[in-house]
Ligand binder design. Structure first.
Ligand code: SF4
Length: 276
């Protein structure tokens, strides 16, 4: 049984490893893993990047993908997160709620993958909505089948990472199948749930024009997609791979050139997407 800890304000760029060595494996916690307690990497205040307005961002532990370019491999395993009660997290959010409301912001739950600990995430989102906050999740969509109507009713905006439009490229960069993400995107479109698609531009992996085009053509007809955000790869997470003794395949991958970012933005815009 993991020891209960305290959630301190921090940053997604802080390294957290081995905090809860007795935690279950992230692949075993399942949809019904109980929502009163969970594992959290960190939280940030003052983000203007992870959804509209001024936001608090909670980084959940647990992810089933293994992206070659992941900036936060210390969010993959529950055992690297701090074991906290949902009420403790809710109290922390409550401390910021009036500021978040007055700055047109809210709560974004990211990770890791917020749907690994679905019930825990759902309870926190529901409490945030009870405070009158706008709510968002950032997700790969791989576990989208877990998101039932009750869960999605607590979510105002989905920041959906579509990491590639080509299934082979997706598997190469994530070690998982693309199809669950596409099916989740289609469900969100059918229910008209607001979505910002995020596409990480990784030179030599996801930048192939045909891969970008497949993503753009898939997203363009979806009227619920408010933005496509092209996110240039960076090396800010490299130190974590080294500290965790993981083989980092992107050690020599550069940040994409401005012309490549512009070309990819043009591809999305030409397909009919609002892209930035
Ligand atoms: S989905 Fe996100 S947290 Fe999970 S491996 Fe990929 S980049 Fe990392």
């Amino acid at each position: 049984m993991s020891q209960l800890g305290t959630l301190a304000v921090g940053s997604r760029h802080d390294l957290h490893v081995g905090v809860s060595p007795d935690a279950p494996d992230e692949s075993e916690i399942g949809k019904n893993g109980g929502g009163a307690f969970g594992y959290v990497h960190s939280y940030e205040t003052g983000s203007r990047y992870d959804g509209p307005g001024y936001r608090i961002v909670l980084f959940m532990s647990g992810c089933l993908l293994r992206c070659t370019y992941c900036h936060n491999p210390d969010t993959w395993h529950l055992k690297d997160g701090t074991y906290v009660s949902a009420q403790h997290v809710i109290n922390r959010i409550g401390n910021f709620s009036s500021a978040l409301r007055s700055l047109d912001g809210g709560l974004t739950i990211s990770g890791g993958e917020p749907m690994v600990q679905l019930a825990f995430t759902q309870g926190i989102l529901a409490a945030a909505k009870g405070m009158g906050l706008h709510t968002a999740i950032q997700t790969s969509g791989f576990l989208g089948q877990r998101a039932d109507a009750a869960f999605l009713s607590e979510v105002d905006l989905v920041l959906l990472d579509i990491k590639s439009g080509d299934p082979e490229t997706y598997r190469e960069v994530t070690e998982r199948d693309l199809a669950p993400t596409l099916r989740f995107a289609e469900r969100l479109a059918a229910m008209n749930k607001p979505v910002w698609v995020r596409f990480t531009l990784v030179p030599g992996r996801t930048d192939d024009p045909a891969n970008v085009e497949k993503t753009a053509q898939f997203v363009a007809p979806m009227k619920n997609v408010e933005w496509v955000e092209v996110q240039p790869f960076h090396q800010m997470g490299a130190f974590k791979w080294a500290a965790m003794n993981l083989e980092y395949r992107e050690a020599n991958t550069p940040t994409p050139a401005r012309e490549v970012v512009d070309r990819v933005l043009d591809q999305f815009r030409s397909a009919g997407c609002r892209a930035r």
